[in-house]
Design a protein around this ligand. Sequence first.
Ligand code: SF4
Length: 318
Amino acid sequence: MTAACGLLPVLDQEEDTPSYEMSDYEGARARWCPGCGDHSVLTAVQRLLAAEQLKPEQTVFVSGIGCSSRFPHYLSTYGFHGIHGRALPVATGIRLHRPDLRVFVVMGDGDCTSIGAGHWVHAMRYNLDMVVMLLDNAIYGLTKNQTSPTTPQGFRSNTQPHGSWLPALNPLSVALGVTNASFVAQTAEWVPSHLYATLRAAYAHRGLGFVRILQRCPMYSSAVYQAAVQDPARIGLLVHDDGVVVPDLEKVYTTQVAHDPHDLDAARRLAGVTDRIHLGVLFRDPSRPRYEEIRRVAPRTAEERLVELNLELDRYAV
Ligand code: SF4
């Protein structure tokens, strides 16, 4: 577990409360490759933390294994760099036992949609209050170029040198198919204003805010999103007052798709479109039940928790 450290927030003289700048959330120097889309996501996250004035000591980032999972090291919040595919169980435990913390989860496509897929589906159903980011570069990058579930069919990698055999898994369709999913959005790291607005919307949502972030890996899968990066006509912006509104983008991305994010059937149809990439909030329903609300227990002291823990352990004594 990494820890909040080195923070010297500026004190607001009138309010006598700390005021955080983006730089206050900087951790270790990011070691991703030059041009890696993860850098853009890190900047957007630091911007979000500063905009929301989140206290570093009350914010925790949880990750699994992969390039993007180095995220917690690069922030001055608390963090848990876990094991492959298990970020969501760790985050669930933190959320249930420390409801005072704001929880963010960072996973790659191999992490989330392969080894962690079971946890992903059930975390979406439990709908705990957290922001879950899937940084999808459609490849295993950390282990140097293996096919992941989201690798496009025919894309060559070290493990499938003749091209990926199967159609890619669609994370949006999976997420929108989970019972009790409450927020599903898609954005792209090369559209930073949209990325930031989408993360803010996910943070504002009460429940699990799932955001698929299309992320370039210039080292191994640069071709996957290249056409969409170069040709804005390949992108459709989902527009609605309850979605993400970024007026500055309307001149660049002229394909605007009116979409009510409360319409689940329409969201599922949009998720299945293959000839265009849709960016925006596909689905949002804040009325869906949250496990933490259903199972909320009264706050307990550390001593009370210790007594409970020992009673629980005694049950398994042999
Ligand atoms: Fe980023 Fe790809 Fe390099 Fe990993 S291998 S740090 S995903 S560019």
